[in-house]
Design a binder for this molecule. Structure first.
Ligand code: NAP
Length: 252
C-alpha cells in the first residue's frame, strides 16, 4: 500500500533545510516539497544555471524562502565548505535539516577494469565532500532544537552488486558514516541521523544506469515525498541510526 503522510500545512515553517544536489532529480523535488510546507531551503549544486531555475520556481511561490549556493563537490576544498558554513551562520540562527542527496554514478564496470581516476572522483563527490560538509555544518545543526540529517543511500550500498563499482562502495561508506555519527550525536545533541534508500526512481541518474528501461514504469520523485516529509516531522523524531527504505514505509 502506498505510504501517505497528511502533513499539516506549513509544518516546516520555522525550519531551515539544506539539500545537496538540488538542481535536478530527487533533490530538486525534495527542495520544492520542503518549501511548499514552509521551510526555508538552501540549494547546493554544481550547475549555477540549473540551480537558478529551481530558485526562480521556488522564489515565485515562496518569496524569500530559498537561497542557492553553487559548489562542485569534485573540486571543493575544505575552505569552500568553511565559507559556506560561515555564510549560513550569518544568515540563520541554526540549521534544522541536512539532506545529503548529491551523488555521482560513475562507471558501471567490473572492479578489475574500473578507471582509477573515476573511482577517486566518485569517492570525492559521494563520500569525502559529504564528510567535509557534515563536519562544517555540525555546529549549526547542533544549535537546532530538533535537527534531521539524511544520507541518501542505495540498495547497492547495503548489498554489493557486480559492476556498480565505486558508486556501491561509496554508498556503503555513507552507511558507515551515518552509523558512526548517529552513535556520536545520539545523547549529546538533538540531531537525528538516518540513511534513506529512495529505490529506483525516474531521474537522469536512473536513466544513465539503465538506458534500456522504460522510465514510465518507475515511480516519480514526487511519489517519494510523503516519506521525505514524514522523516522531517515530529512523529519521526525517534527514528535514529537506521538504514531506511522508502518502499518499506507503509500507510500510517
Ligand atoms: P540525479 O537526477 O542525477 O541528481 C543528482 C544531483 O546531484 C544533481 O543535482 C547533480 O547536479 C548533483 N551532483 C552530481 N555531481 C555533483 C557534484 N560534483 N557537485 C555537486 N552536485 C553534484 O540523481 P537522482 O536520481 O535524483 O539521485 C539522488 C540521490 O538518490 C543520489 O544520492 C542517488 O545515489 C540516490 N538514488 C537514486 C536512485 C534512482 O533510481 N534515481 C536510486 C537509489 C538511490 P547536476 O544537476 O549538475 O547534474
Amino acid at each position: 500500500m502506498t505510504f501517505t503522510y497528511n502533513a499539516e500545512k506549513n509544518f516546516l515553517e520555522s525550519k531551515t533545510f539544506l539539500i545537496t544536489g538540488a538542481s535536478d532529480g530527487i533533490g530538486k523535488t525534495c527542495a520544492r516539497t520542503y518549501a511548499d510546507y514552509g521551510a526555508t531551503v538552501i540549494l547546493l549544486g554544481r550547475d549555477q544555471k540549473k540551480l537558478e531555475q529551481v530558485y526562480d520556481e521556488i522564489e515565485q511561490s515562496h518569496p524569500g524562502k530559498v537561497i542557492i549556493h553553487p559548489i562542485d563537490f569534485k573540486t571543493a576544498s575544505l575552505e569552500d565548505f568553511k565559507l559556506l558554513a560561515d555564510s549560513l551562520n550569518e544568515q540563520f540562527e541554526c540549521l534544522d535539516g541536512l539532506i545529503h542527496n548529491a551523488a555521482l554514478l560513475g562507471a558501471r564496470t567490473p572492479i578489475e577494469f574500473y578507471p582509477a581516476q573515476e573511482w577517486a572522483d566518485v569517492m570525492q563527490v559521494n563520500v569525502n565532500a559529504v564528510f567535509q560538509l557534515t563536519q562544517a555544518l555540525l555546529p549549526a545543526l547542533t544549535k537546532s532544537a530538533d535537527a534531521r540529517m539524511l544520507f541518501i543511500s542505495s540498495s547497492v550500498g547495503r548489498i554489493g552488486r557486480s559492476f556498480w563499482g565505486a558508486y556501491a562502495v561509496s554508498k556503503f561508506a555513507l552507511e558507515g558514516l551515518m552509523q558512526t555519527l548517529a552513535d556520536e550525536v545520539e545523547n549529546t545533541t538533538a540531531i537525528r541521523v538516518n540513511s534513506l534508500n529512495p529505490g529506483g526512481t525516474r531521474t537522469n541518474m536512473r536513466r544513465d544506469a539503465f538506458p534500456a528501461e522504460n522510465p514510465e514504469t518507475l515511480p516519480t520523485a514526487e511519489s517519494l515525498m510523503p516519506v521525505y516529509l514524514y522523516l522531517m516531522s515530529k512523529e519521526a523524531q525517534s527514528i535514529h541510526g537506521q538504514a531506511l527504505n522508502v518502499r518499506d514505509f507503509k500507510a500510517l
